[in-house]
Design a protein around this ligand. Sequence first.
Ligand code: PLP
Length: 383
Amino acid sequence: MDIAFHKSCVGKEEIWNVVEVIKSGWHTMGPKTAEFESRFAEYTGARHAIAVNSCTAALHLALEAIGLKERDEVLLPAITFTASAEVDCYFKAKPVFVGVQRDTLNIGPRGIEGKITKRTKAIITVDYGGQPADYDEIRRIARRRKLFLIEDAAHTLPSSYKSRKVGTLADITCFSFYATKTLNTGEGGMITTQNGKWASRMRIMRLHGMNRDAWKRYTKEGSWFYEVVEAGFKYNTTDINAALGLAQLGRLEWMWRKREAVAAFYRRALKDSPAIGLPSVKPDRQTSWHLFVIRLDLDRLKIDRNRFIQELQARGIGVSVHFIPLYRHPFYRDNFPVSVGDYPNSEWLYERIISLPIYPGLTKKELEHVAASVKAVAARFGK
Ligand SMILES: Cc1ncc(COP(=O)(O)O)c(C=O)c1O
C-alpha cells in the first residue's frame, strides 16, 4: 500500500468556480479576489484582508509595512521553514533564532525575553503545525518592549486561541495557501490586520507600488490613470486562485473535522506504544491539525529517527520532518552562526520528530496501515 504524505482535497465547487473565472474573460486579480478578501476578513473577524501569491510575500510585505531596516533584529523560532527567516534577510536585518518549547514546538515568553536586544524590532511567531503560540503573554512582551508582533500563520487555519479565531491575535497575520496547506489554492497567501495604514501600504506594495485599486484600471468602474508611489513588488494573486480559495473557505470546517478525526484515530491507535510520543495541544486552543508530529523515545529504540523513517517508507508511507532547525542550514550557519548548545530543546526535538500523513482524503484502511506500521517498527526495533 502506498500512502502519500499529502493529497489535496478538492470538490466540485472548486472546479466550477475555476471554470466560471476562466470563462469570465478576466483571470488575474479582480472581483473574485476582492470577494475572497472580504469573505476571509469576515471569517477571521479582521478589519483588513489582503490576498497575495504566497505566505512568503505576505511576510515580506508585513516587514516592509512596519518599516524593518538594515541591522534590525527579528526574533523567530529556531524550528520553522526558511520563509520565516529569509524575509528578514531581504532587508539585511538579522534573524535571531529563539529555542522552541518541547511540548508545542512554539516559541514562548521566556525564550523571547532572553533574546531581546536594543536592535530587536519585531517578533515573528510561527504556530507550529497549527497550534497558536502563547499570544496573551507574547503580546504583553511586545507591547512592553515596543516590538511589532507578526504571526506566521502558514499552518494555522482554522485555529483559535481562547476561542478567538486566528487573524487578529498579532499586529499582522500571514497565511499560506500553498498546495499542502489546510486551505489550498496551489500557491497563495493572505494578510490580515486591524491597522488601516499598514493595510493600504501592503495593498500598494503588492502591486508594483501603484496607488490604490490600480488593478481596476482595466474595468468600467476603474480609471486608466494611476501613479507609482513606491518601488513595489509583484505579489498579487489571481482570480483563478481566489476562485479556488472561496470554495476551500466554504469547506474549511468540514476539512478540519476530517483532519481532527485522523488525529483522534492516531491518538487512539498509538497511545499504548511506549516508544511513540504524541502531540500535545493546550486546552485553551484549537489546532488546525496541519501536521501530526510524533516524537520517538530513543531510549526505547535501537534505531535512530532517520532509520525509523526509512522503515516507514519501506512500508509505503510518505512521511516528513518539520523542520530542520534553521541554524543547521549552510546559509544561516555561515551568515548567522549560533552556538548549537543554546538550543537544547530544538536539538532534542529534531532528533525525534516525524510528521505522519494527515489530510481529509485518508481512508480507514490507509490510517490503519500507517498506525500498524508505526507500531510494528517501534516493536521490531524496541529495546
Ligand atoms: C511556517 C511556514 N512559514 C511560511 C511558509 C511559506 O509559505 P508559502 O509557500 O505560501 O510562501 C511555510 C511553507 O511551508 C511555512 O511552513
